[in-house]
Ligand binder design. Structure first.
Ligand code: MN
Length: 153
């Protein structure tokens, strides 16, 4: 069973999405702000993170950056969720290191498709977790770090 970390400060949205994901067979753990999200990404080792952007204490952009910098969490795929379908948000999301992006209100079939695409890697048990982590680490390097690296000497 895949463990999903759902980061959402709105109780109604959170409860609804939690129930719908549980019905689809996912285990759901919850964080209500960005700081808790970073801590839970470390302590819960979820298979995937659904990250709201507008959050108290620490916003979703900053939480994603921190999760994508820490070696133990950087390989966890993140789907950013925002109600603001602003033209710049997609690019900002990718800069922060998210793997995919979707808009609220949630279209569940569409979101599940995106989740399944990112979870496919860990489905094949012949691939070791370490190999998957390495693959993902390569894929998930935030753009800002890649820029730094390619620019270095
Ligand atoms: Mn919010």
């Amino acid at each position: 069973m895949f463990k999903i970390l759902l980061v959402e400060d709105n109780e109604m949205n959170r409860d609804m999405l939690t129930r719908r994901l549980q019905r689809k067979g996912y285990e759901v753990v919850i964080a209500v702000d960005g700081e808790v999200a970073v801590r839970m990404a470390q302590s819960q080792a979820p298979d995937l993170i659904l990250m709201d952007i507008r959050l108290p204490v620490m916003d979703g952009w900053e939480a994603m950056r921190q999760i994508k910098i820490m070696p133990e969490t950087r390989s966890i795929p993140i789907i950013a969720l925002t109600a603001h379908a602003m033209a710049g948000d997609m690019g900002k999301c990718m800069d922060a290191g998210c793997d995919d992006y979707d808009t609220k209100p949630i279209d569940l079939p569409r979101l599940l498709e995106k989740m399944q695409a990112l979870l496919k890697d860990c489905d094949s048990h012949d691939k070791s977790r370490t190999q998957i982590m390495q693959d993902r680490t390569t894929r998930c390097i935030p753009r800002s770090q890649e820029d730094t690296r390619s620019g270095a000497r």
